[in-house]
Design a binder for this molecule. Structure first.
Ligand code: GDP
Length: 139
């Protein structure tokens, strides 16, 4: 089934100059990029995005990291987009991520792991709506 997911090139990967590498991989994996923009989140915008993690011990550190510099957010479409993008990203901890995944190649810690991807249809709907309005989604 063709579906959509929300991808983010996180501030560590943007700062390290990997936007182009990651977009090339996205296209090689046959995703259609339906919308894309660069955003520098405020701390409270990062907290809103990660609200499901607000009780976690790493919430403060994660939201500080995610608001530390610009991200690139992408609306990605493909057959099984959610699960496929998570496979291409790899496990949360780059040290545990499989060979050939983006996190294995570009992540530097469990927090600074280069990319984000929605984990289920409900979270994808929330996350896509968080960044892209109806006009942007129609592109
Ligand atoms: P994901 O779906 O693979 O991104 O992982 P989660 O939803 O569990 O966590 C969201 C994000 O929080 C991850 O991508 C990491 O950037 C960060 N994170 C997850 N676990 C930890 C942790 O144990 N410590 C720290 N500092 N950050 C974490």
């Amino acid at each position: 089934m063709v579906e959509q997911t929300l991808g983010i090139i996180k501030p560590d990967a943007v700062a390290a100059g990997h936007i182009g590498d990651i977009i090339a991989r996205i296209e090689a994996e046959r995703f259609t990029i339906r919308a894309m923009k660069m955003v520098h989140l405020t701390k409270s915008q990062a907290e809103g995005f990660y609200h499901v993690h607000r009780e976690k011990p790493f919430f403060e550190s994660l939201t500080t990291f995610m608001s530390s510099g610009p991200c690139v957010v992408l609306l990605l479409e493909r057959e099984s987009a959610i699960s496929h993008w998570r496979e291409v990203m790899g496990a949360t901890d780059p040290a545990q991520a499989a060979e050939g995944t983006i996190r294995r190649a570009l992540g530097s810690s469990i927090e600074r792991n280069a990319v984000h991807g929605s984990d289920a249809p409900e979270t994808a709907a929330f996350e896509i709506g968080y960044f892209f309005n109806a006009l942007e989604r129609a592109g």
